[in-house]
Design a protein around this ligand. Structure first.
Ligand code: PLP
Length: 401
């Protein structure tokens, strides 16, 4: 796709290709027809994207009352929603009950008591901990019941008269080991067997998220789909009658967004600025160094029109490794100048990339970044009055099916 920037105010902007979202959904359906996707709204709550997914029959993973409200307001039926937050505020739980959103995750005894007292008719999906050691964003320290806890949870659920509808797992976001998915399904089988031995009749397996947003990483979506679908067929054959869902976030939206930012200021870096600042080098700077040659030091700093307090929060929270591209004629120049990319705020930790190689750029030039649809806009702040960006929707391709 060709992008050109004519914006005089140098405000950053997104190009959002809605056809890419539909392509992702179509690919999902053809490679994993047994797994119904429940899109994780937290990843990017863009209304056009969510509406497109809702109209295409996708379900939704909601983490809070506002997300449930958002899905219901799009006309999504309560049955197409899973309240996938194992630790819920009581008021939000009451809201789920009022709206008839019955499917919800839990992973600890206190939560089971809370659900029993507020919404005993809930369909509880116990979230089990699985190996997330190869994932960029790991969740086990916060969520998921270890195997030695399952029995206790089932006993408590039995005593409280709760319905254990099934089990969920999340291999971690940005998963780097495709085998984590098949191992997790095997663990879920053990959990189903234990629940059945306790007299429950679980009918739902939720395979969580962790699917790649692009095919540039450790494995492609096709590879993970094949391994996961095989594991599901092995441990939960169609004859088992178990309904299979998953909560993809990144997979659906990452590739749909391209982000353009302007160079708003430039300075040559002095020795003073390169030494003595290690302690305030941001997460962003570290990520940048990992990506490029660690031994190079930047000669020049470019200040760009969004940073780590805006959409590039992905560098901090999502451990994103960025690949800047240059707009316009200078894109053909060699990428030789070791460059530090600062965000526009007055905070020195607002470093988007510690050192990357770019052509010799000037104020008024533009950079662009692909795969910026996941965990970017949704966590952007207005710190320093920055972080605003415009949105331009396009339909660039014909969805495959
Ligand atoms: N489900 C839950 C409960 C999550 O916490 C997340 C991400 O944080 C997701 C799904 C989406 O994960 P991903 O974007 O890796 O697919």
């Amino acid at each position: 796709m060709d992008i050109c920037a004519e914006s005089e105010d140098q405000d950053p902007f997104y190009i959002i290709d809605l056809s890419m979202v539909l392509k992702k959904l179509n690919d999902w359906k053809s490679f994993m027809p047994r797994v119904q996707p429940f899109y994780a709204i937290k990843c990017n709550n863009d209304s056009f994207i969510c509406k497109l997914l809702a109209l295409s029959g996708c379900g939704f993973d909601c983490a809070s009352k506002p997300e449930i409200e958002f899905a219901l307001n799009m006309g999504v039926e309560p049955e197409r929603i899973i309240y996938a937050n194992p630790c819920k505020a009581e008021a939000m739980l009451r809201y789920a009950k009022d709206k008839g959103v019955r499917k919800m995750t839990a992973d600890n005894v206190e939560e089971l008591h809370k659900i029993a007292s507020i919404f005993p008719a809930a369909q509880i999906v116990l979230r089990i901990a699985v190996d997330d050691s190869k994932s960029v964003c790991r969740f086990n320290s916060k969520f998921g019941a270890a195997q030695h806890e399952w029995e206790k949870l089932l006993q408590v659920a039995k005593t409280l008269g709760l319905d254990i509808a099934g089990f969920s797992f999340h291999v971690g976001s940005g998963c780097g080991d495709v085998k984590a998915f098949s191992d997790a399904v095997a663990s879920a089988r053990d959990a189903f067997d234990m629940a059945e031995a306790y007299g429950f009749a679980p009918f739902l397996l939720d395979c969580g998220g962790g699917f790649p947003g692009s095919d540039d990483g450790h494995f492609t979506f096709r590879e993970v789909a094949e391994i996961l679908a095989n594991a599901i067929d092995h441990y939960f054959p169609p004859s088992s009658g178990v309904q299979i869902i998953a909560e993809p976030g990144r997979y659906m939206v990452a590739a749909s967004h391209t982000y353009a930012v302007a160079v708003i200021a430039k300075r040559q870096l002095t020795a003073d600025q390169l030494t003595g600042t290690a302690e305030i080098e941001s997460f962003g700077a570290r990520a940048g160094k990992e990506e490029t040659s660690v031994d190079s030091t930047p000669d020049v700093a470019l200040y760009i029109s969004d940073g780590c307090y805006g959409s590039f929060n992905c560098v901090v929270f999502d451990h994103a490794i960025l690949t800047p591209q240059v707009l316009g004629k200078k894109a053909d120049l060699p990428f030789l100048v070791p460059t530090k990319l600062f965000g526009p705020t007055c905070d020195s930790i607002d470093v988007v990339m510690g050192c990357t190689r770019l052509p010799d750029l000037s104020v008024g030039d533009w950079l662009w970044f692909s795969n910026m649809g996941a965990y970017t806009r949704c966590a952007s702040s207005r710190f320093n009055g920055q972080g605003a960006h415009s949105l331009h929707y396009v339909w660039a391709g014909v969805p495959s099916s």
